[in-house]
Design a protein around this ligand. Structure first.
Ligand code: E4P
Length: 218
């Protein structure tokens, strides 16, 4: 399973990269706004900077919601760097655009997916990645991880090669559950990835080892 970082923050991307566990990055307009990146040119420059650090797939989301606009924006984004993945919302014109990008061999990420039906449509349209938002599903008392399992099952039965990119990850346990449910990729905040490190028995065990070592070597 690949680890993407869900952020537009360059320091966090550098930190994940330095740990050696970063496979790629996803962004969205809210994450770009959070970093104070405003204006078309600034946004494009920021994507360029992210690509230089990440050295893997970087999802860059279109703002347009009509077919022509999505294609125009997606073409500009895809020319920023060979690792750019054009992120397209799960809407009618988005589906049409996914097919166009797929025919041009431009990588895509179909975002804002909340049902198995939407995931089937994204795969039929040739999306490279499909992004079910599991945290937001949990937020309304449905089961996000179960959706990952259902999509993984359907894609396996049908032989779809669209990759399942579990998004809207909120906790380390989401990552573990998504791995078990068949996600190909998880995109997460850095804290959720770092949370995987933690176990009290690791800390207790390490302290014991170091203390025993100190006793004999002091
Ligand atoms: C996915 O690509 C989105 O950027 C993201 O995972 C959304 O997460 P949120 O629900 O925490 O905003």
């Amino acid at each position: 399973m690949l680890f993407f970082l869900d952020t537009a923050n360059l320091d966090q991307i550098r930190e994940a990269k330095s740990l050696g566990i970063l496979d790629g990055v996803t962004t969205n307009p809210s994450l770009m706004a959070k970093e104070g990146i405003v204006g078309e040119q600034k946004v494009y420059e920021h994507y360029k900077n992210i690509c230089e650090i990440a050295e893997g797939p970087v999802s860059a989301e279109v703002i347009s919601t009509d077919y022509e606009g999505i294609i125009r924006e997606g073409k500009i984004l895809s020319e920023i760097d060979e690792n750019i993945v054009v992120k397209v919302p799960m809407i009618r014109d988005g589906i049409k655009a996914l097919r166009w990008f797929s025919n041009q061999e431009i990588s895509t990420n179909c975002t804002l997916v909340f049902s198995a039906g939407q995931a089937i449509l994204a795969a039929k349209a040739g999306a490279t990645y499909v992004s079910p938002f599991i945290g937001r599903i949990d937020d309304i008392s449905w089961n996000g991880v179960e959706l990952i399992r259902q999509i993984a099952n359907i894609y396996a039965i049908q032989g779809f090669d669209t990759m399942i990119l579990a998004a809207s990850i909120r906790t380390p346990l989401h990552i573990v559950d998504c791995a078990e449910a068949g996600a190909d990729v998880v995109t997460c905040p850095l804290n959720s990835i770092l949370g995987l490190l933690k176990h009290p028995l690791t800390d207790i065990g390490l302290e014991q080892f170091l203390s025993d070592h100190r006793k004999l070597n002091s």
